[in-house]
Design a protein around this ligand. Structure first.
Ligand code: 4AD
Length: 463
């Protein structure tokens, strides 16, 4: 008999002769009348299927002790309408096979609820909980929706390199890649001799695929990358990972307004997609994680994002009676507390802040005519803060050269990036969306470590 997934089974309204289900036992309950009730889950959906075993079943006495919470079983039997509350269908077990038992004394997921901190320590077992099952199904759907969004609009999916010699954000917070002997590295004049390293020069893990994305946008018009990025910043917050996935569209012939339009359309599309396609998982988040999540997502889909300049944002912050930890003056970076105040209290919806001071943004952003601000934009969501950072790119050779130098970056390292401004330069723009921040926002999960299968954070990479 062919195995059927529980999701498919639960959509059936008619009982049928016999079905075969495979999965993990979430709970087992024994009744006095000589029956055991198993709740079985196979990860295909949030719901379990109930299976009823009559103790007189052939082989039961032999298997009895092995059928425990956490064990993996294959059961076959008749699918019938359930008389009990809470489920439509159940299986009357005719045959059972135990693939792997789980020791009652040592299997860690015995209780119904565990703290997320505890579950982080058992990253190999946490996918078997309701919450992580739902998070990972929603994460997977969002990844699919991202590809669909861009594919439907004719964007080309580009794989940018993970090992790189350039520092896109210019912040130097990169993980080095080397095969040199770290105890005794080769040296010339006191410095490490990278000509002897694997690639013949110093290399790192990428912080962003943007610069390579620009190369391809200036040939294929519209591309997007979707891959892992790495930041060696010592940020121990609920919003930062050292390894995270970023989606980076890059578009020729887009100015900053076009860029902001695309970002807004993109976010609304993704939220609408999960509401439509993951209703049960989303209902679970609404009940267990954040009671306002469905309403919040719908409000965002229906809202028009507020767009305001950095200068206007500073004025609003300075006028406010709120007490902030970080003081506000023109030229400062907006802190999370400022971003949240603006989106949660002032506008009560997503906002896009644009035209930031040149001094606090990256070298590649297009300088405005005022000579002081750049065409940068950040999309800020209530509760979460920044989800997207993007800009129109500097397309003028001389200005870009000057900005590289002003930022103490070596123009020779960026010769190919400068070349793009020498040969067929074009106005172009793009942005980066932090994939885990998106999953966090959609699910209402508090901590970013709980929306990626294996979180990497400072002092934590083992598991
Ligand atoms: O604002 P960022 O640093 O922008 C860039 O990297 C640009 N090159 C993007 C582009 O224009 N193509 O990062 C973009 C987004 C942030 O808005 C945030 O959502 C996410 O990436 N992000 C992080 N997510 C998790 N952990 C971290 N340490 C993150 N740093 C940035």
């Amino acid at each position: 008999m062919k195995r059927i997934k529980i999701k498919e089974l639960l959509n059936r309204t008619q009982g049928e002769k016999s079905v075969l289900v495979k999965g993990w036992v979430r709970t087992r309950r024994d009744s006095k009348g000589g029956f055991s009730f198993l709740e079985i889950n196979d990860g295909s959906c949030q719901a379990n299927i109930q299976a009823i075993i009559e103790h007189s079943l052939k082989d039961f006495s032999e298997l009895d002790k092995k059928i425990t919470t956490g064990s993996c079983v294959a059961i076959s039997g008749q699918l019938v309408a359930s008389e009990g509350k809470g489920q439509k269908m159940e299986i009357q077990v005719a045959e059972i096979e135990v693939y792997g038992s789980a020791d009652v004394e040592t299997y860690p997921l015995q209780k119904k609820r565990h703290s997320f901190e505890f579950l982080r320590e058992i990253a190999h077992l946490r996918p078997r909980t309701n919450t992580f099952g739902s998070v990972m199904r929603v994460r997977s759907r969002l990844a699919y929706a991202i590809h669909r969004f861009f594919n439907d609009r004719g964007f080309v999916y580009l794989n940018s390199p993970i090992i790189t010699t350039s520092d896109c954000e210019g912040a130097g917070e990169m993980f080095q890649v080397t095969t040199l002997d770290l105890v005794n590295p080769p040296k010339v004049e006191g410095n490490i001799d990278y000509t002897q390293d694997f690639f013949g020069e110093k290399t790192s893990l990428t912080v962003s695929g943007q610069l390579e994305g620009e190369i391809y946008a200036l040939a294929l018009s519209e591309i997007y990358t979707f891959g892992p990025t790495f930041r060696a910043e010592n940020s121990n917050t609920s919003r930062h990972l050292s390894e995270f996935w970023m989606v980076e569209p890059e578009m020729a012939f887009y100015d900053l307004d076009d860029d902001m339009d695309l970002a807004e359309e993109f976010i609304k599309y993704l939220l609408a997609d999960v509401l439509e396609n993951c209703p049960n998982d989303m209902e679970f988040f609404n009940q267990r994680i954040d009671k306002t999540i469905l309403e919040t997502l719908q409000n965002i889909i229906d809202s028009e994002f507020e767009r305001l300049t950095y200068t206007d944002a500073i004025h609003l912050l300075q006028k406010s009676t709120e007490t902030f930890t970080y003081s506000v003056e023109w030229g400062c970076s907006l802190q999370a507390e400022h971003e949240r105040y603006l989106s949660e209290k002032v506008f009560k919806k997503p906002i896009i802040v644009y035209n930031y001071p040149e001094k606090i943004k990256s070298f590649y952003m297009k300088l405005n005519e005022d000579g002081e601000t750049v065409r940068a934009m950040d999309v800020l969501l209530p509760k979460l803060g920044e989800i997207i950072g993007g800009s129109q790119r500097e397309d003028d050779y001389d200005i870009l050269l000057k900005r590289l130098k002003d930022n103490n970056l070596d123009p020779e390292e960026y010769w190919w990036y400068l070349d793009l401004r020498k040969f067929g330069s074009a106005p172009h723009s793009g942005f980066g969306l932090g994939f885990e921040r998106l999953v966090q926002f959609v699910t209402g999960m508090e901590n970013i470590r709980d929306v990626i299968p294996f979180p990497r954070t400072p002092k934590h990479a083992r598991f």
